[in-house]
Design a protein around this ligand. Structure first.
Ligand code: ASP
Ligand code: MG
Length: 400
């Protein structure tokens, strides 16, 4: 008998029919002799709808209240799933994050999980209950409701799996695994049976929407066995592996991320650059492609989400005053294209082929960033999807 955490995304619980189908899937797992903790997202579209209501009243609504509002979507879906399980004769109980006690920091809208109490969960499991937990939610040390950032239910599931030392954390979604590229951008996308942890972490952080990047980070910290699979098409999906993968790929995939702003600082003192980056990290804002040059003009640049920049732009411009002569330029609505895999660091010809393609398509690159396992470029948003599809042909096509 195994203990499994099964997470169902918004599309999987998007209608009452689908919720009933999810209940059947959980019951099949229970019938196979396993214990299940299910984690669910809000019904598809619900979180957007709720946040839209707040927008109608105040575009700058208080973050604390936005979290109370956004967390409501998951309260609906957990109850409906528990009702569907109970109707089928399977004892189930729904729990909100506050009832489980999923403790987070107090960064509303993007809180990080700090601790998960297992007492209540264990108690319910011992009584033979299927436990249905609300994803996305947490509570801070003062008892306020928090949310983990969009897509955060994946992280709730992984955190519960880690705390309970579950045998596996299964992320059920509308695609049947992790693909070499988003199949909507390129139909030639290939499903990966295995993905190394480090590649998954990179892919999730550069825009592959399949997993919330913090969930991957969290899984790595506690070595949680994580599998991505489809709610609608039962299959083995993609298993994330630690250490050597059975078929270690040179490249794992290509990802695109839209809605990015590039920040470029010039004549900046090192203090100014670090104050800027501190400001962003104090808000749990993720930045990428950070580059600092200590040449005579002391430049620094990085990329972050347009919406994140809008939140801190005013404060950042205030900070400029500590360094006379420093200038800041921001360029919004860019997109990032990334290629991920260990081949980036070990196979020079891969990097050459990527750049040859950009040259032949005359793509203007606003920034290039390369590590051992990733090559990312910033470019005009309109070009990114088509370029990614062509790049997939070059790197993953049949002649690869
Ligand atoms: N319901 C939340 C969202 O829409 C969390 C999630 O789906 O994972 O972002
Ligand atoms: Mg998701």
């Amino acid at each position: 008998m195994a203990l499994l955490v099964q997470k169902f995304g918004g599309t999987s619980v998007g209608t009452t029919e689908r919720i009933e189908a999810v209940a059947e899937l959980i019951i099949r797992t229970v019938q196979a002799g396993h214990k299940v903790v299910a984690v669910v997202s809000a019904m598809a579209g619900d979180t957007n709808r709720l946040l839209g209501l707040a927008q109608q009243i105040d575009a700058k609504a208080a973050p604390r209240e936005l979290d109370v509002l956004a967390a409501a979507g998951e309260q609906v879906s957990v109850a409906l799933l528990a009702i569907a399980l109970i109707k089928r004769g399977y004892p189930a109980v729904s729990l909100l994050a506050d009832q489980v006690c999923i403790r987070t920091d107090n960064k509303f809208g993007r809180a990080r999980i700090e601790e998960v109490e297992t007492h209540r969960l264990q108690q319910e499991l011992e009584q033979g209950h299927i436990v249905v937990v609300a994803g996305f939610q947490g509570r801070d040390f003062e008892g306020n409701l928090t949310t983990l950032g969009r897509g955060g239910s994946d992280t709730s599931a992984v955190a519960l799996a880690a705390a309970l030392q579950a045998d596996e954390c299964q992320i059920y979604t509308d695609v049947d695994g992790v693909y070499t590229i988003d199949p909507r951008i390129c139909p030639a996308a290939q499903r990966l049976a295995y993905i190394p942890y480090s590649d998954m972490l990179e892919l999730a952080s550069v825009g592959a929407k399949v997993l919330h990047s913090r969930s991957v980070e969290y899984a790595g910290r506690f070595q949680v066995l994580l599998r991505v699979l489809s709610t609608f098409r039962p299959d083995a999906g993609t298993l994330m592996v630690y250490g050597e993968a059975p078929q270690q790929p040179l490249l794992s995939g290509i990802a695109c991320q839209h809605g990015l702003t590039r920040i470029h600082l010039e004549q900046a003192s090192p203090e100014l650059t670090s104050s800027m980056l501190e400001l962003l990290s104090s808000r749990n804002i993720d930045v990428d492609m950070v580059r600092t040059d200590t040449d005579s003009v002391q430049q620094a640049e990085w990329a972050l989400a347009n919406t994140d920049w809008q939140q801190v732009a005013e404060e950042a411009r205030e900070l400029l005053k500590i360094c006379q002569g420093a200038t800041l330029r921001s360029q919004a609505n860019l997109a990032k294209l990334s290629v991920v895999g260990c081949g980036i660091g070990t196979q020079a010809d891969i990097v050459t082929r990527v750049h040859q393609l950009f040259d032949s398509l005359n793509i203007e690159l606003w920034a290039v960033y390369q590590t051992q396992t990733r090559l990312s470029v910033l470019m005009a948003a309109e070009q990114v999807d088509a370029t990614a599809a062509k790049l997939h042909q070059v790197l993953f096509g049949s002649d690869n």
